[in-house]
Ligand binder design. Structure first.
Ligand code: NAD
Length: 467
């Protein structure tokens, strides 16, 4: 019998069925957990719908103080959450600690945000005001790479603006989300937050549900397209945070000893399973060999182990399906270029792959053109920065990108011309709760975080008064 429960209408409940959750570091059963049914998802949506008017009519201060209580509750149990996160997701404990700290900080930051009535015209004949109203019930669909932090991208702004929410975690990482449900049960009025775990079979129903006003989705571009289709009939609001194939362009004036550790970190954090990880590294020909060799040394020396083991730097791939997908990319890497570090799964239980550096590859190779979402970094040689920029921009994806140079003005000029939602200079993967987060092209629609993210959980409503 599972010790985990879903949260529906204020009650912690068993699933109509159960399902297994596997520890990716051992390949063994970690826990069994509820598998929600369609009827339970409908009950969660009905509870959220029923609770929404009363929640929206609370004062802003009351809604904010509930969010702060949630952050406090998570902080008090942060060690327990971090260990569970490592066991279900695989990331090293230090990265789990960071994810929990970020989750707490994001909830706190958002609890201080609010929307205001804006007067855009005032007399003599009319006053025109812009109001921001809650949408109703929000469906939040979460992937498996940041199971808690990505809830903190969605739940706080949804709630602070007066919406209620149904959260659907990923089927392979539902446990920390369900634990968060225990805190939510103590914190919010019944129905305001609902958490329903599934076996990858309820996302479509949530996206199509007539009583859900908006879907905030993070996941792959392929699934994002399905969400759009499901949501079309009821004209739902959508925020889609989808796949990335971020390019980093390294100009010849950098000091390789200085930048290579940062490039390596930007590519291999969370075993490369980060939407914003560096997934294509364009390096100028003058420093290409040096950068490749330094990356290979870091990759060979990286400690790949169970995230609970002290000193582990890179954990396993989160699930077997992703592990098999990345093994396919390894085969492509050998065919397309030269593998100078890693290149194979580690012979032990669990989904471990040695960090892999592939050189002498180029655009058009699968390993460069597609999002690998694993510990593989293709390094591409260029001679003209404008050509590198054109190649970086040729992707159908456009989440993030970076340019690295001692000449910050030149790098800034190139970075500002990247077709992405988030461009960096001399860093990658830097984000925070006040900075809008989202992608261009097929990396998504809309923005999360900051004021831009907050307003996506509201309906802009014009009030036009004759004077
Ligand atoms: P996924 O698309 O397979 O699954 C994401 C979620 O969608 C899961 O909860 C899943 O159960 C649900 N789902 C599955 N089918 C559905 C359907 N038909 N309708 C609605 N929901 C459905 O993604 P994943 O493999 O869990 O995550 C990896 C992907 O997520 C990568 O492409 C990565 O780049 C992307 N990602 C993007 C961001 C971002 O902010 N842009 C952040 C993290 C991850």
């Amino acid at each position: 019998m599972s010790i985990y429960r879903m949260l529906i209408g204020g009650a912690l409940v068993d699933g109509d069925a159960e399902m297994d959750v596997i520890n990716p570091a051992t390949g063994k059963l970690l826990a069994s957990c509820p598998r929600g049914s369609a009827a339970q998802l409908d009950a969660a949506v009905a509870a959220a719908k029923g609770a929404q008017p009363a929640w929206a009519s609370l004062s802003l201060e009351e809604r904010k103080s509930a969010l702060i209580k949630l952050a406090d509750g998570l902080e008090a149990r942060s060690e327990e959450f971090a260990r569970l996160l490592t066991m279900e997701q695989g990331k090293p404990l230090a990265e789990s600690d960071a994810e929990i700290s970020y989750t707490i900080a994001f909830i706190r930051y958002c609890s201080a945000l609010s929307t205001k009535v804006e007067t855009i015209e005032d007399g003599p004949d009319r006053r025109v005001e812009l109001h921001r109203k809650p949408l109703g019930v929000v469906g939040a669909i979460i992937p498996w790479n940041f199971p808690l932090l990505l809830i903190a991208f969605k739940l706080p702004p949804a709630l602070v603006t007066g919406n209620t929410i149904v959260v659907k975690p990923s089927p392979t990482t539902p446990l920390t989300a369900l634990k968060l449900g225990e805190l939510c049960a103590e914190t919010f009025p019944p129905g305001v937050v609902n958490i329903v775990s599934d076996a990858n079979d309820l996302g479509e129903r949530l996206s199509a549900h007539p009583d859900v006003a908006k879907i905030s989705f993070t996941g792959s571009t392929a699934t994002g397209a399905k969400v759009m289709q499901s949501a079309a009939e009821t004209i739902k609001r959508l925020t889609l945070e989808l796949g990335g194939n971020d390019a980093a362009i390294v100009l010849p004036d950098v000091d390789p000893a200085e930048v290579v550790p940062a490039l390596f970190g930007g590519a291999f954090m969370n075993a490369g399973q980060v939407c914003l990880a560096i997934k294509r590294l364009y390096v100028h020909k003058d420093i290409y060999d040096d950068v490749c060799n330094r990356l290979a040394i870091l990759a060979r020396n990286a400690i790949v182990d169970d995230g609970l083991k002290p000193g582990a730097q890179i954990g396993p791939l989160q699930n077997r399906m992703q592990f098999d997908k990345v093994k396919g990319f390894l085969a492509d890497a050998y065919a397309a270029g030269k593998v100078i570090a890693g290149g194979k799964p580690i012979d032990r239980p669990g989904n471990f792959i040695q960090p892999t550096i592939v050189r002498d590859v180029t655009d058009g190779d699968r390993i460069v053109d597609l999002e690998q979402f694993g510990p593989i970094l293709p390094v591409i040689k260029f001679s003209d920065p404008e050509d590198a920029l054109a190649r970086a921009n040729a992707s159908s994806l456009g989440l993030g990108g970076s340019v690295w140079s001692k000449d910050v003005r030149r790098a800034t000029d190139l970075a500002s011309r990247m077709d992405v939602g988030m461009a960096w200079v001399n860093k990658h993967l830097d984000f925070g709760p006040g900075i809008p987060f989202g992608g261009a092209k097929q990396s998504g629609i809309g923005m999360e975080l900051g004021d831009a993210g907050l307003t996506e959980f509201t309906q802009l409503s014009v009030l036009n008064i004759a004077l």
